[in-house]
Write a protein that binds this ligand. Structure first.
Ligand code: ZN
Ligand code: ZN
Length: 631
């Protein structure tokens, strides 16, 4: 392109036409001129254009140069939107991008206007309260009522002002922009940054917000982890204030309304001077009566203004009280459930999805109703209900918004954060559950009972890979290899609140419970060396004399969840089988640990020593990458 920059459009196309007609020249020219920028895509473009123009040459009568331009234009247009990942969502997003952008832009701009509106309307009510109502109250009410109105009114006003200021001025919180080891659940498509749990991208603020609830135009700010409490308290106290004004001002409003009505009736009898302005301010007065008004003798201008301000105040506070009250109740319900507005949508979708599969969805951030409120308000002791909820308080919320406690906490207890991964996690303990089977159980029976559990458990709840990891860990723990079991547990990000595999949680908060028989043999286990087993075993030995190599398919279950079949004979040693597995699955011999019937199989062990039968499964724990283990 640089070589042609001086020539006109036609000459450019002529030149390009000659390129297309000779592939070798095109390629040479490409190497000479275009090597430095996006070589493969340009070469691909040239090839496509050329092949397109070639295939159409026979049947298309249009001049060659028009066809070439046409093909080139089509490719250019396609290159703007087409890639292998294009699907309906991408197309939808792209088409509506200008709409989203406009909405975001307008909301951003209106944010300032809305904030001014909130300040102006609230101030107007406060002014009316001081100028109109306070003198009325002082003149007519008893001292007790005066004290109540003065105290409550001022407290409510302070709470509204404090929380509104804090909600607008406090940053909702963003994930760190530098590299950190904060656990994250996905990557933001807009910021190209890792997103911790509960974080969402706000298109209006154009950044990711921790525990994002929604973008509030009335605050001109996002509601997120650090200002959610301020937002809710503002809504709550504003609603209380509005309800207070409309209840205590109800009689005044009725008096004022009746007075104005009377005044207008008097006025109707002598129609005359048109009055502009305040008459239709609230739209409450019947049409046809408001257009012509003159001050009647008993009512001064001041009286009229007082009546109108009272009507204005009552109408405004009662409508705002109803609307904001509904919003506050909705947010209170969400907080009780431990959800944000965004999570409400996600969770209801997830609930429906799992319900179709006959499973129940559990919100991992729900700690129980009372605890959700305690966490939300940062209440750690009883006095905090007063100092942190009923009085202005600038304390920071519970947690950093990056990591979340995923374990349900004990009743009436705020979860204590462990330094490691947010949830309570204890190292695996050595102790094994002791249990007694209803009937004396043989090793074979125990094995099949366990197999049945491991095969069916993932179908009901939890994630398959976690079940597999738990199975491998249980096996390792049973062989007294606690180190390996701990490594498997850590590698799969499983938390053990009691240091035992009987109860565990994955990163998403799913709970996994293992029955005792998966972790330890019963106290009344019949060893296979005894009685009947021994008999069957000896007959088996006779039937299969060692020198004769009888091959069969040995089923091997890897800790990665894969089942592999190896060709084995009873005379094969484990070392030989490990090699075979290495060749077949490319798993280094040193990374394999073979287990059967809860025992580690050493390299020298031969299959016949293990008393394995053909349908049984051998477990192979594949050591994960050491770097993962140390994580
Ligand atoms: Zn983002
Ligand atoms: Zn926002």
């Amino acid at each position: 392109m640089r070589a042609n920059s001086g020539s006109g459009f036609r000459s450019v196309n002529c030149h390009r036409g000659s390129w297309f007609s000779c592939p070798y020249r095109a390629v040479r020219a490409y190497y000479r001129c275009r090597m430095r920028w996006c070589p493969s895509s340009v070469l691909h473009l040239l090839r496509c254009v050329r092949s397109r123009s070639c295939t159409r040459r026979g049947r298309n009568r249009l001049p060659l140069w028009i066809r070439e331009i046409w093909a080139y234009m089509r490719l250019l247009v396609q290159s703007l939107y087409f890639n292998s990942l294009t699907d309906s969502d991408v197309v939808f997003d792209s088409v509506f991008e200008p709409v989203f952008w406009t909405v975001d832009y307008v909301t951003r701009w209106f944010g300032t206007v809305f904030v001014c509106l909130v300040v102006i309307l609230t101030s107007s009510i406060v002014v009316i309260a001081y100028v109109v109502l306070l003198p009325l109250v002082l003149n007519t009410y008893s001292p007790a009522w005066i004290a109540w109105h003065v105290c409550y009114g001022h407290w409510n006003l302070i709470m509204i002002a404090f929380h509104y200021y804090k909600a607008t001025k406090t940053s909702p919180g963003c994930p760190p922009t530098e590299k950190s080891d904060t656990p994250f659940v996905s990557v933001c498509k807009k910021c190209i940054m890792p997103k911790p749990a509960r974080t969402h991208h706000c298109g209006i603020c154009n950044r990711c917000i921790l525990k994002m609830d929604h973008h509030c135009p009335w605050l001109n700010n996002c509601v997120g982890h650090f200002n959610h409490r301020y937002f809710f308290s503002f809504c709550l106290f504003m609603t209380l204030g509005c309800v207070y004004c409309s209840i205590s001002g109800r009689n005044l409003f009725l008096d004022a309304y009746n007075a104005l009505e009377r005044f207008k009736h008097l006025d109707m009898e002598k129609p005359g001077v048109p009055v502009t302005g305040m008459g239709l301010l609230i739209g409450l007065l019947p049409p046809g009566q408001t257009n012509y008004q003159t001050p009647a003798p008993p009512y001064t201008f001041k009286d009229k203004m007082i009546n109108k301000s009272i009507i204005y105040m009552w109408v405004l506070t009662s409508t705002v009280g109803v609307a904001l009250g509904a919003l506050t109740i909705w947010h209170a319900v969400l907080i009780s459930r431990g959800e944000t507005s965004i999570e409400r949508h996600i969770n209801s979708k997830e609930t429906k999805r799992l319900a179709k599969r006959g499973r129940v969805y559990r919100n991992p951030f729900n700690y129980g109703r009372l605890n959700n409120w305690k966490i939300f308000f940062g209440v750690e002791k009883r006095s905090h209900w007063v100092t942190r909820v009923l009085l202005p308080s600038g304390h920071a919320p519970h947690g950093d918004g990056l990591t979340w406690d995923i374990l349900p906490v004990k009743k009436d207890l705020i979860p204590t954060r462990s330094k490691k991964r947010g949830g309570r996690n204890e190292p695996l303990k050595k102790e094994r559950p002791k249990w007694k089977s209803d009937y004396p159980m043989t090793e074979g029976q125990l094995r099949s009972k366990r197999d049945e559990f491991w095969d069916t458990a993932p179908a009901f709840d939890g994630r398959k890979e976690i079940w597999d990891a738990l199975r491998a860990a249980a096996l390792a723990a049973e062989c007294n290899d606690l180190e390996l079991a701990q490594a498997i547990v850590d590698g799969a990000c499983i938390t053990l609140p009691h240091g035992s595999l009987t109860e565990s949680y994955d990163e998403l908060g799913n709970r996994y419970q293992l029955p005792a028989y998966t972790l330890a043999p019963p106290v009344n286990l019949i060893s296979e060396t005894s009685s009947e087993c021994k008999v069957s075993e000896s007959t088996q030995k006779q039937a299969q004399p060692p020198p004769c190599r009888q091959e069969f398919q040995l089923r091997v279950r890897l800790s990665t969840g894969k089942d592999v079949r190896l060709t084995a004979s009873m005379a094969d040693s484990i070392a030989e089988l490990k090699k075979q597995l290495e060749e077949q699955e490319e798993i280094d011999v040193n990374r394999q640990r073979w287990f059967f019937s809860g025992k580690l199989l050493t390299d020298k062990t031969r299959l016949q020593d293990t008393k394995i039968q053909k349908d049984f499964v051998v477990q192979v724990i594949v050591n994960v990458n050491p770097s993962v283990i140390t994580n």
